[in-house]
Design a protein around this ligand. Structure first.
Ligand code: GDP
Length: 351
């Protein structure tokens, strides 16, 4: 299913979603993910109606390189959580889907047991376009899932591109999956990602890899200790085998302890508030850029400014200011008056 330029269709009644109607939830997410301009307003109205019903779930981000064992882990961990009474939504962000052409899907086959369960809901966000856009829709999809009564949301992302940071910015707990390897496990992990991890999970600790997993645990513990913060939670490393089921209970306990530590210190609310602010400004940036790209009237002037900056006859800051002012002027001009012949303002006399 490619939703790259797909429309969302009619907005489902918020009441149906809150009542737990899965078809309504699926329709809501399709609307939320729609790239059609005319779907933005109904999607925003729907989310606004759902917002008071959201926020009660445990939000977990799962990241790791392709093949590290993410889907196998989510299937095993999720099945366990469902057995313990949870309702689980799995949302997958895949910035690499352009390459594979088919998104992280088929998640339904990757997570067969979860796909069959009435207590779980799996959805992949097809990528394409700006990463911020993809993840932004995923964050909104998470709100919809919470409103539908899912009390555990796992947001999965492939450890390529900048998707980890975007996902870490929308969850309560960020889990980094790594696998035992040739002793240089740390090298493949991008700078900054490790620092975001609340729990590092060493996967595939079974059979021939069991000893290597213990080594990896020690390596990651040493790496984590380098940037141990002063917050209410100290990141930890846990070894597991999704195939044999070992370590999953320990991870579930750590998730509980993390929750208690964060909530107790008021840190959970603070983290979510800071995240909401982050998304506000990301949204502003994204919207301005989208506006710029969509307005053909601005293009020639923008190109000219870019050429000047390239030639170093104009500073980037001055050019940027004129572009932003141009966007605002173009918006003011819309409807009320005909568009100005040259929507970009002249260079200001003083910096
Ligand atoms: P993803 O790309 O990160 O989602 O990785 P997958 O979950 O698809 O797993 C990649 C490969 O690792 C598959 O062949 C899995 O069967 C294997 N795998 C995943 N978890 C485990 C595990 O706990 N033990 C072993 N031995 N293999 C595993």
């Amino acid at each position: 299913m490619s939703a790259r330029t797909q429309g969302g269709g009619r907005s489902p009644p918020p009441g149906d979603i809150v009542a737990g109607d899965r078809r309504a939830l699926a329709a809501a997410i399709t609307l939320i993910e729609s790239t059609l301009e005319e779907d933005r307003e109904p999607a925003e109205a729907l989310l606004q109606a759902l917002l008071p019903h959201a926020g009660k779930a445990v939000r977990i981000g799962i990241s790791g390189a392709p093949g590290v064992g993410k889907s196998t882990f989510i299937e095993a961990f999720g099945t366990r959580a469902i057995a313990a009474g949870r309702r689980l939504a799995v949302l997958a962000v895949d910035p690499s889907s352009e390459r594979s052409g088919g998104s992280i899907l088929g998640d339904k086959t990757r997570m067969a047991a979860l796909a069959r369960s009435e207590r779980s809901f799996i959805r992949a966000t097809p990528a394409g376009g700006a990463l911020g856009g993809v993840a932004r829709r995923t964050r909104d999809a998470m709100i919809a899932c919470e409103a539908a009564g899912f009390d555990l949301v796992m947001v999965e992302t492939v450890g390529v591109g900048q998707s980890e940071a975007a996902v870490a910015d929308m969850v309560d707990l960020f889990m980094l999956l790594v696998q035992p390897g040739a002793g240089d496990e740390l090298q493949g992990i991008k700078r900054g990602v490790m620092e975001r991890a609340d729990i590092v999970v060493v996967t595939k600790a079974d059979g021939a890899l069991e000893a290597a997993a213990a080594h990896a645990k020690a390596d990651f513990e040493a790496a984590l200790s380098l940037h141990a913060g002063a917050g209410p939670w100290t990141p930890c490393v846990i070894v597991c085998s999704s195939v044999e089921g070992t370590g999953l209970g320990e991870i579930a306990d750590a998730v509980e302890r993390h929750r208690a530590a964060m909530a107790g210190a008021g840190a959970l609310e603070a983290r979510r508030a800071a995240q909401a602010r982050t998304w506000l400004w990301r949204e502003v940036e994204e919207s301005l850029m989208a506006r710029l790209r969509a307005d053909g009237r601005l293009a020639p002037a923008v190109e000219a400014l870019e050429a000047e900056v390239t030639a170093q006859t104009l500073t980037p800051s001055a050019a940027a200011r004129r572009i932003v002012t141009g966007i605002l002027r173009a918006d003011e001009g819309e409807g009320a008056r005909p568009p100005p012949a040259s929507p970009l303002p002249p260079e200001p006399e003083t910096e």
